[in-house]
Design a protein. Structure first.
Length: 108
């Protein structure tokens, strides 16, 4: 009978220890399950950000390579950004006018 009581006490203590360890793993301690989940989400977010930055870097590198190797690309940038024209050409620039850009004088 004493042996059965000892066995029951041993099983109860083991169960309580496992429940306590599970609770400590889920809620308490330095590395909780919730904290681990939050870190996994942050890692996934950072990996997505790195992938986006790498794609942007690849685009910039391709653009830089085209500017280094292709004189037509340089001419296109000079024309589009800086309004450069060849001798004998006339630059025609179209400007979008919004309600804020309208002249304030009385003539329309």
């Amino acid at each position: 009978m004493a042996e059965a009581t000892n066995r029951r006490l041993s099983r109860t203590l083991t169960f309580v220890a496992l429940v306590g360890a599970g609770y400590y793993w889920m809620v308490g301690g330095e590395y909780t399950r919730a904290g681990l989940h939050r870190l996994e989400q942050e890692i996934a977010s950072r990996k997505a950000e790195i992938a986006a930055r790498e794609a942007e870097l690849a685009t910039v590198r391709a653009w830089a390579d085209s500017l280094m190797a292709d004189r037509w690309a340089i001419e296109r940038v000079a024309r589009e950004r800086y309004g450069f024209v060849r001798p004998g050409e006339v630059l025609v620039r179209f400007v979008d006018q919004t309600a804020d850009d309208e002249p304030t004088s009385g003539t329309r």
